[in-house]
Write a protein that binds this ligand. Structure first.
Ligand SMILES: [Zn+2]
Length: 280
C-alpha cells in the first residue's frame, strides 16, 4: 500500500531561497550585548550570537552608546585571542555601569565558551601528563559553575525589574537564562508571560527555543517556519530548522541548510552543528 507522505514544511531548497532573499534585502544590526552583526528583516530581530533582542545598526548604536561599542570591540578582540578572563572582567565592568541583566546572561555564555575551550584542551593520548588534563577538567568545571551562577544572577536581576514593570525584552532574557540552566518549567511559565505581554514575535521565537531544548524536534520545523515570514523573520530560525532536521535523521538536508546559513553568519554553535551534520 502506498503511504501518503505529506510534507509538513518547506523543503530545504525553498528554505534556502527564503533565507537568501530575506538576508539579502534586509538590514544588518549590531548586538549591544555581544557585538555580533545579524541580518534582520523587519523592525525586530534576535542576535545570532547571544539571542538577545536586536534592533539598531552599528552606526546607530555607536551614536547612542559609543562606550558600549568600544567595550564590545575590545571584548571580541580578547575572545579571538583566547583571553576569556579579560572579556568576563570587561562584562563585569559593563554590568557595574549599566545594571542590565542581559549583560550577566551574555557573560554566562562567555564562561560556557571558556569551559568548552578547557574541555577541548584535554588530551586523551597525553601519556604521563595526566596532571595537566586534571587541571583542564577542573578549570572547565569551574567556568561552567560560574556560568550557572551568572545565569541565576541574571534571572534574579530580571525578576527585580519585572516586579516593577512589564518588559517583554527582560522576560525574554529570563527565559533564555532558564533555558541555559535547563529549567524548562520556568522557561515555559516565562513563555506564557511573554505571550500574555502581547509580544507575538518573542513568544514565537521562545516557543521554537523551548521545543528544541525539550527535544520536541517534530514541532520545531513548524515553529521555525513561522519565523521565516516577511513580517516575522529570524535568521536563527534556519539554525533551529537545521538542528531539527539533523535530529529527525535528515543530516543531508541539515548540512545543506547550515551551509547556506554559514554564508550569512558565523558562530561556534553554527560550526558545531555543521560538524555534527557532516559527521553523520
Ligand atoms: Zn548578541
Amino acid at each position: 500500500m502506498r503511504t501518503h507522505n505529506r510534507r509538513e514544511y518547506l523543503n530545504v531548497d525553498r528554505q534556502i531561497a527564503v533565507l537568501e532573499k530575506a538576508a539579502g534585502s534586509g538590514t544588518v544590526v549590531a548586538c549591544r550585548y555581544c557585538g555580533a552583526a545579524t541580518p534582520v528583516f523587519g523592525s525586530i530581530g534576535v542576535c545570532h550570537g547571544c539571542e538577545n533582542v536586536v534592533s539598531l545598526s552599528r552606526d546607530a548604536l555607536a551614536k547612542r552608546s559609543s562606550d558600549i561599542v568600544a567595550a564590545l570591540d575590545s571584548i571580541n578582540a580578547q575572545l579571538a585571542s583566547g583571553m576569556y578572563d579579560g572579556a568576563t572582567a570587561a562584562y563585569d565592568a559593563l554590568y557595574a555601569k549599566y545594571a542590565d541583566p542581559a549583560l550577566l546572561y551574555v557573560e554566562g555564555l562567555v564562561c560556557n565558551m571558556q569551559s568548552n575551550h578547557e574541555v577541548g584542551l584535554i588530551s586523551y593520548d597525553r601519556e604521563g601528563f595526566m596532571e595537566e588534563n586534571t587541571l583542564h577538567r577542573d578549570a572547565a568545571a569551574r567556568h561552567a559553575a560560574r556560568a550557572r551562577l551568572l545565569f541565576n544572577k541574571a534571572i534574579s536581576a530580571c525578576n527585580a525589574v519585572l516586579s516593577k514593570e512589564s518588559s517583554p525584552d527582560v522576560m525574554f532574557v529570563a527565559f533564555l537564562a532558564n533555558i541555559k540552566l535547563g529549567n524548562l518549567r520556568n522557561a515555559e511559565s516565562l513563555l506564557g508571560a511573554l505571550t500574555g505581554s502581547g509580544s507575538h514575535y518573542l513568544s514565537m521565537y521562545a516557543t521554537m527555543v523551548l521545543d528544541s531544548a525539550a527535544g520536541r524536534f517534530d514541532r520545531v520545523p513548524a515553529d521555525a517556519e513561522r519565523l521565516m515570514k516577511p513580517d516575522a523573520w529570524s535568521i536563527n530560525a534556519f539554525f533551529y530548522m537545521a538542528l531539527a532536521l539533523l535530529k529527525k535523521g535528515d543530516a543531508k538536508g541539515a548540512l545543506k541548510l547550515v551551509g547556506a546559513l554559514k554564508k550569512n553568519v558565523s558562530s561556534a554553535a553554527i560550526d558545531a552543528l555543521a560538524r555534527e551534520a557532516a559527521g553523520y
